[in-house]
Design a binder for this molecule. Structure first.
Ligand code: ADP
Ligand code: MG
Length: 282
């Protein structure tokens, strides 16, 4: 495990450059960017930002982040995009002024306990560490690997850039400093039917090509960007070989169908879709 993370580390510069090159944001009009920039000053509450940084940044994380800033690809870390129970997400900039999202997992023993359930039974993770921080590191690397698999399968997820310990760098989804909203926060999206179909395709391709089940798929983990969905928060995704893969798949389908039905989209029969995903005729 550790060896693989170090391998990624060595490829840092190359990966980082290429990720930035084809970053989805590259097409943003510079003018639009500047006008949003001036608005963001109001958006970030400095005292809240400091408090959040203090609660999540243990010494090792500070050291790591500092390395990325001093010798690495990052120019500066900006505000908090999200402060969650398990992780915080920050907006940062690379040396070319492009946005990057950093997800930092908190080293927490309660969190590491439930994480074990998703790691045990996944054939990709043979040795399960006992040490709390090692479980969290494994978890972060799991999100990175899941992102890689989904991204390689051509799915709309943030492009993974770098992983080290509990710190994950990925493509930032948003316009300038304004992160893309979650699907749950969009009032009456115009193209719901298309989004629904795209999410069904996502579930299918993730299962059939990337051999993964998301496991926490809902309107809370789908960003709405350029009127299209981008799926995030893929850390708990399990291999289709995992003993609970089908339970998680059923749950994902239920959540998604429930949301779109509530929005007035005429949905397929969830059972038929389920068998379609696992490629069984029923
Ligand atoms: N790549 C990204 N670009 C922009 N915003 C992001 C990105 N990843 C996460 N976010 C924001 O951060 C929030 C938390 O991220 P998520 O991965 O869902 O972690 P969790 O729900 O476990 O806290 C998301 O709801 C979203 O608003
Ligand atoms: Mg989430």
């Amino acid at each position: 495990m550790v060896k693989e993370i170090n391998d990624v580390d060595e490829d840092l510069d190359e990966d980082f450059e290429s990720a930035i090159d084809d970053n989805m944001n590259s097409s943003i009009d510079e003018l639009e960017k500047k006008s949003i920039d001036s608005k963001r000053i109001k958006k970030i509450d400095q005292s809240k930002k400091r408090a959040v940084i203090e609660s999540v940044f243990d010494e090792r994380t500070v050291f790591l982040l500092n390395k990325l800033l001093v010798n690495g690809p990052l120019e500066r870390v900006e505000g908090v995009i999200s402060a969650g129970k398990e992780a915080n997400v920050y907006l940062a900039y690379d040396h070319n002024g492009n946005e990057v999202a950093i997800k930092i997992y908190k080293i927490d023993s309660n969190t590491s306990k439930w994480m074990r359930n998703y790691i045990i039974g996944d054939p990709r993770f043979k040795k399960i560490p006992h040490n709390v921080s090692k479980i969290i590191f494994l978890w972060a690397s799991k999100e990175f690997k899941n992102l890689q698999r989904a991204y390689k399968a051509g799915l709309r997820v943030p492009k993974p850039i770098y992983i080290k310990n509990n710190l994950l760098l990925m493509e930032y989804i948003g316009f300038g400093p304004i992160p893309a909203p979650l699907l749950k926060d969009i009032k009456d999206p115009v193209n719901l039917e298309e989004i629904y179909n795209e999410i069904l395709q996502f579930i299918k391709i993730l299962y059939q090509r990337a051999k993964l089940v998301h496991g926490d798929l809902s309107e809370f983990n789908i960003l709405y960007h350029n009127q299209r969905p981008v799926v995030i928060d893929i850390s708990q995704a399990v291999s289709t070989q995992h003993p609970k893969a089908e339970i998680y798949l059923t749950r994902d389908i239920k959540n998604i169908f429930h949301y779109f039905e509530k929005q007035g989209v005429s949905i397929l029969d969830p059972k038929t879709f389920y068998y379609d995903v696992i490629e069984l005729d029923k």
